[in-house]
Design a protein around this ligand. Structure first.
Ligand code: NAI
Length: 457
């Protein structure tokens, strides 16, 4: 007989823990879900009318079950004691110092969450690794749990990596391409796998719930992100060839994407990928390869990240060259600051690199993003020795940002930028008025007919 899960606890109320467990509560009214976090402000926001993250559809899901079978709390101990199943959904950023700095994932948060579970648990639990972690992390979690718990308790560890994409998280969670559950191939491991599969089966067709061994599951998450990012770097590498030859990258991407073996998705050239996952997870894979003494494999994946950096630098130098080789004191309107549309998340956003380079060149930067707060922008741009506020101002609309600007730079593909009244914008800009479309979303011909000088990737 499989274990019936009645109470779930999730450690980590971030971009993954929050939406994922809110959807479980929404789809499984018979399960009580408590999401906990160390951050009091984050939990207070989850309990308020203004949730801490922006995600289309999230408000509806949370507001419909919060207080019914969905709770947000800072009381981790109580939630862990009561739970049959615990998701560990804490952050795993790239290490900044020590061994593997700049590549390896920092597992300190995963480890301390694991120790916390071991210390307070009074009964057996299924512990689910939701965070993205290097291959074989589950093994370390088990060692910690077994070494620190009471003798009469057992822990079954599962790997259940999350494949949601920010900006479409709720839709991705409601209609996932697949749910991956890795477990030890022992009778107990299989039973735990089955218990988690039963939860997802409340709304996910069973042929989309894949069960594998633990290590395959852990590696599949890194592999999926590396393959996705590789497509972006591949198309961006081709965009450089297009610019040098006069070929059009959108046409090339369309022609290639029509090949059913290649497919059309993720072939949009841009100023480069951002977000908290792609770069971090590839670097993690690079580190893993090096640890396994596979330097050629490491170099292969590292190139995906290197090309992404090259693409950002290339875009900045194109802007400077076009603006007559100097942007000192020129006004640049940066439209978009989030790493992609439909999210307020700015982690590793290409806009940060662009703006920092503009500041270095002594430009006057005016930023507008529909979902990113002023505080967040200044936090992201702050650097030792640079008085950012002297060079950067925040606008409340794209129109306001563009007044007296010499150039507009599209850094995020927000839909509202496609619908702007560019005649009105053109009137108020310095002439010649330049637009640099880093996301290939604008109709260049139309803008040129207004009088703009348009440059696209
Ligand atoms: P996040 O930084 O938004 O959230 C993590 C939260 O965990 C923070 O609020 C932090 O305060 C909390 N936390 C840390 N230690 C804790 C503890 N011991 N107890 C309770 N709370 C604790 O991170 P995010 O974006 O949610 O990512 C979480 C994991 O999911 C990472 O491993 C990431 O790689 C992975 N992931 C992220 C995706 C994304 O799109 N953001 C997509 C798929 C996976």
């Amino acid at each position: 007989m499989t274990t019936r899960v009645k109470k779930i606890c999730c450690l980590g109320a971030g971009y993954v823990g929050g939406p994922t467990c809110a959807v479980i509560a929404y789809k499984c009214p018979h399960i009580q879900v408590t999401i906990v976090d160390l951050s009091k402000t984050r939990i207070a926001a989850w309990n308020s009318n203004k949730l801490p993250i922006y995600e289309p559809g999230l408000d509806e899901v949370v507001f419909s079950c919060r207080g019914r079978n969905l709770f947000f709390s800072t009381e981790a101990e109580q939630a862990v004691i009561e739970a049959d199943l615990i998701f560990v959904s804490v952050n795993t950023p790239t290490k900044k110092a020590g061994m593997g700095a700049g590549y390896a994932a920092d597992l300190a948060y995963v480890e301390s969450a694991t120790r916390q579970i071991a210390e307070v648990a009074k009964s057996s639990k299924i512990v689910v690794e939701k965070s993205t972690v290097p291959c074989r992390t589950a093994e370390s979690m088990r060692t910690i749990l077994e070494a620190n718990c009471r003798d009469d308790i057992r822990f079954d560890i599962l790997s259940n990596p999350e494949f949601l994409a920010e900006g479409t998280a709720i839709n991705d969670l409601l209609h996932p391409d697949r749910v991956l559950i890795g477990g030890l191939q022992t009778p107990e491991g299989l039973k735990a796998q089955q218990a988690l599969a039963e939860i997802y089966a409340q709304w996910v067709p069973t042929d989309r719930i894949i069960t594998t061994n633990l290590w395959s599951s852990e590696l599949s998450k890194l592999a999926a992100n590396a393959l996705l990012a590789q497509r972006i770097s591949s198309i961006n590498a081709l965009s450089a060839i297009c610019e040098a030859t006069g070929a059009d990258i959108d046409e090339v991407a369309y022609a290639c994407g029509r090949d059913s073996r290649i497919g059309p998705k993720f072939l949009k050239a841009s100023v480069g990928f951002g977000g908290s996952c792609f770069q971090k997870d590839i670097l993690n894979l690079v580190y893993l390869s090096e640890q396994l003494n596979l330097p050629e494999v490491a170099a292969y994946w590292k190139q995906v990240v290197d090309l992404n950096e090259y693409q950002k630098k290339r875009f900045v130098s194109r802007i400077i060259k076009t603006l007559f080789n100097t942007i000192t004191n020129k006004r640049i309107a940066v439209l978009g600051f989030a790493f992609k549309k439909d999210t307020g998340d700015t982690r590793e956003s290409a806009a940060i690199t662009l703006c920092k380079d503009f500041i270095q060149e002594n430009a006057q930067v005016r930023i507008y993003d529909p979902k990113v707060s002023e505080e967040q922008i200044f936090l992201d741009l702050s650097e030792p020795g640079v008085i950012v506020k002297r060079r950067v101002t925040i606008a409340r609309s794209a129109y306001e940002a563009s007044v007296n600007a010499d150039a507009i730079v599209i850094a995020t593909e927000w839909d509202e930028f496609k619908e702007l009244n560019f005649e009105k914008i053109y009137e108020k800009m310095n002439k010649p008025a330049f637009i640099f479309d880093g996301r290939l979303i604008l109709d260049a011909e139309r803008l040129e007919s207004i009088g703009f000088r348009v440059h696209t990737i």
